[in-house]
Ligand binder design. Structure first.
Ligand SMILES: [Zn+2]
Length: 104
């Protein structure tokens, strides 16, 4: 099953949060690339991240991790127990790393 629609959702959310994404997708696909988050910070500077505050930064981290899992082919599986995460859950929370049981 393709998770492409979730990738689009995650990228759209990053845009909403105010990050410009030029090069971030390329960076994710390139081997030995810099950490995507580090790259986002470099591009946007402290100012944007300060404005986003801690909750926004935490969200960016979750989204970044989800994008990396998409890239690695691990997306859609719980990072804790390895179960497949239900589509209904991914629709609501595309950046979640946990199945409903482990998140509970
Ligand atoms: Zn789980």
């Amino acid at each position: 099953m393709s998770h492409h629609k979730y990738k689009l959702k995650l990228l759209a959310r990053l845009r909403e949060l105010g990050l410009r994404l030029d090069g971030i997708e390329d960076a994710l696909e390139a081997p030995h690339s810099k950490d995507w988050e580090e790259m986002a910070v470099e591009r946007e500077g402290e100012e944007v991240l300060e404005r986003l505050g801690e909750s926004g930064q935490a969200e960016i981290s979750r989204i970044g991790a989800a994008l990396q899992r998409l890239n690695d082919g691990d997306y859609g599986y719980c990072v804790k127990c390895g179960s497949e995460i239900a589509d209904t859950r991914l629709e609501l929370l595309p950046d979640t790393p946990f199945c409903v049981t482990c998140a509970g």
